[in-house]
Design a protein around this ligand. Structure first.
Ligand code: AP5
Length: 221
């Protein structure tokens, strides 16, 4: 049971991925989180990807694809229920490499859920997002504030704003999304895997819609 969450930056992929993966014991693999962990650890890869991430550009395929696909192979070879991919693939080349890897290990995608949201909502969500650098919990100053101002509910650390959530960088990420990632909608539509969910609803409602769609394409099989 392998699922892809597609959608523009800020559509709620990470928020929903944590819920769906938790509810169905899937491994949540976020390419953005993997890259941020490399940066935080000060690795060579982390240094190479920093300038792309800070500018709102995609990290080149050759730097990101192997990192993610190695994790996919590793997780799926260890008896996991499946993976929930969040932020990967982001280009046609990544999507094709994912297909090759899954075929190689006799796995497949059962659904690609595309979360949709208009640009102005995206800007509001991302400029108001705060996250915990220690445990990765995600908040929003208005929609989902931490119980204690500025402190993570889970581990008590100070929550911070991501460097790429400044408004001008968010707008660049949206441009990049349209040019390089949106063509994936057609790729997965043609494969009969694409399902659309309007993300302009309460977080619980969006989760319910995703669950309903997955029941028809993934969970029944
Ligand atoms: P990445 O970390 O993947 O960022 P993204 O795709 O731009 O997505 P976000 O994490 O910004 O948003 P999200 O959709 O997860 O929304 P969230 O749930 O947090 O990538 C970052 C960078 O890494 C890229 O720019 C690129 O440089 C690089 N990168 C990563 N993967 C790559 C790849 N495969 N190839 C090349 N480069 C790659 O929600 C946002 C906010 O809204 C939160 O505050 C949340 O609380 C709030 N919210 C969520 N849902 C709702 C709701 N229903 N109502 C109200 N508020 C809500």
């Amino acid at each position: 049971m392998n699922i892809i969450l597609l959608g523009p930056p800020g559509a709620g992929k990470g928020t929903q991925a944590k819920r769906i993966a938790g509810a169905h014991s899937l491994v949540h693999l976020s390419s953005g989180d993997l890259l941020r962990a490399e940066r935080a650890a000060g690795t060579e890869l982390g240094r190479k990807v920093s300038k792309f991430m800070d500018a709102g550009k995609l990290v080149p395929d050759e730097l990101v694809t192997q990192v993610v696909l190695n994790r996919v192979r590793q997780e799926l070879s260890s008896d996991e229920n499946g993976v929930l991919l969040d932020g990967f693939p982001r280009t046609l080349s990544q999507a094709k490499d994912l297909d090759v890897t899954l075929t190689d290990i006799e796995e497949q995608i059962c659904g690609a859920i595309n979360l949709t949201l208009d640009d102005e909502q995206i800007v509001r969500r991302l400029t108001g997002r705060r996250s915990c650098p220690k445990c990765g919990a995600v908040y929003h100053v208005k929609a989902k504030p931490p119980k204690r101002a500025g402190r993570c509910d889970v581990c008590g650390s100070e929550v911070v704003q991501r460097s790429d959530d400044a408004e001008e960088v968010v707008r660049e990420r949206l441009e990049v999304y349209r040019r390089q990632t949106q063509p994936l909608e057609e790729y997965y539509r043609q494969a009969g895997l694409l399902q659309e969910v309007d993300s302009d609803m309460e977080i619980d409602t969006v989760t319910g819609e995703i669950e309903e769609l997955l029941r028809s394409c993934c969970f029944e099989k």
